[in-house]
Design a binder for this molecule. Structure first.
Ligand SMILES: [Zn+2]
Ligand SMILES: [Zn+2]
Length: 52
């Protein structure tokens, strides 16, 4: 069985958050904007990077 591990990834700076849907990285072009939802379990966030 695969455990889902939902988290939010910023496709611009690759910062990861588990409970905030907006990027908090200063000077990131996506700061304050909605992050992408990712369910990877290997830390690669490939499903997010594919949309970049
Ligand atoms: Zn960012
Ligand atoms: Zn991920």
């Amino acid at each position: 069985m695969t455990e889902t591990n939902p988290h939010f990834v910023c496709p611009a700076c690759n910062s990861v958050s588990e409970n905030v849907k907006s990027c908090a990285t200063e000077a990131c072009i996506l700061e304050g904007k909605t992050m992408a939802t990712c369910n990877c379990d290997d830390g690669k966030h490939e499903e997010v990077k594919q949309t970049a």
